[in-house]
Design a protein around this ligand. Structure first.
Ligand code: PSU
Ligand code: MN
Length: 302
């Protein structure tokens, strides 16, 4: 069904016809994850990075209720600049389509659409996961359950460090999501190079990741995602002491202002951007661009 309501951008349509490598990109990071006006420039840089590394970018979102794979420059600008853009997880797609809204897709929703569109590789910043305090709030990102059933390789810098990383890794294990460190056996911590946990598997170049993807396709035993966890170099990470202080303040702010549900992640990211005077923004941008570059090289290697 969904195939009938996906509109493909011209460049993505041509790549689908010629078999050129395509990288899926999400739009929530643009609308809700990065501050204006930097968000628009970064969205354009992400696409340019994918192209420079030899693949076609497919930024995914919703325009007037229509799912678009390969948003145009004007559509990306629209999602970056408007206040009424809705953050769309998987469960929001149908009501949002019926209401003809303009929306930005999360990792969960973008992955679901990308798999329908036959795209095998997706780049983002950091995955959603289990929030701190989830034992009582039950706040766990739908990214996790989406990745448990979607065969897509997702290049990220681990899960966002605002989360309970240990609990998230446990859930990824339960949900059957493969996790491979890129050039490392340590799980990255988004703003931080190392979240403090070991990984069982690593891959050292795009060809090695492509081989894992081919093995999964060949086995056809399990339809979960492959997380390719790509850490920032240590000299590019956010200062860990600054990180911990700002995170602590942010978590207190959540409590004080009664922020819950889908507003939690945007609130914490925005708090970081303000409280670090843009340092976390620079780090976040580096993360995304590095992941976009790697995703394109993996897509080209498959
Ligand atoms: N990575 C980033 N910035 C972001 C996100 C990921 O560097 O803003 C977004 C993704 O769209 C992810 C979402 O799916 O945050 C998670 O939100 P939640 O915790 O409400 O599921
Ligand atoms: Mn949540």
């Amino acid at each position: 069904m969904i195939n009938h309501v996906i509109r493909y951008g011209a460049e993505v349509e041509a790549a689908r016809n010629s078999g050129a490598p395509i990288v899926a990109l999400e739009s929530t990071i643009i609308s809700h994850g990065l501050p204006r006006p930097a968000n628009l420039r970064v969205a354009q840089e992400i696409e340019a990075t994918v192209r420079a590394a030899g693949a076609v970018p497919a930024t995914i979102g919703m325009i007037a209720g229509e799912i678009v794979v390969g948003l145009s420059g004007d559509e990306i600008k629209h999602l970056a600049e408007r206040d009424d853009v809705v953050k769309l997880s998987v469960r929001d797609l149908a009501p949002a389509a019926a209401a003809r809204v303009d929306g930005a897709t999360t990792v969960a929703a973008t992955s679901a659409i990308a798999v329908r569109a036959g795209i095998a590789v997706f780049a983002t910043g950091g995955l959603g996961g289990v929030h701190r305090g989830a034992a009582t709030t039950f706040d766990e990102s739908a990214d996790l359950t989406a990745l448990s059933r979607l065969p897509i390789a997702i290049v990220c810098a681990g899960v966002k460090s605002i989360l309970d990383v240990h609990a998230t890794l446990e859930r990824l294990e339960t949900l059957g999501v493969s996790v491979v460190g890129y050039g490392t056996r340590r799980f990255p911590g988004f703003y931080l190079t190392d979240a403090g946990f070991d990984l069982d598997w690593s891959a050292d170049d795009p060809a090695a990741v492509a081989e894992i993807i081919r093995a999964a396709q060949g086995h056809d035993l399990h339809h979960g995602a492959l997380v390719v966890a790509n850490p920032l170099p240590v000299d590019e990470q956010l200062d860990p002491a600054l990180h911990d202080r700002v995170l602590h303040e942010g978590l207190e702010g959540l409590e004080r202002e009664g922020i819950t549900g889908k507003d939690v992640t945007p609130y914490l990211l925005s708090h970081f951007h303000t409280a670090t005077e843009g340092k976390s923004l620079d780090v976040n941008v580096r993360i995304i661009l590095r992941n976009a570059d790697l995703a394109a090289r993996i897509a080209a290697a498959i």
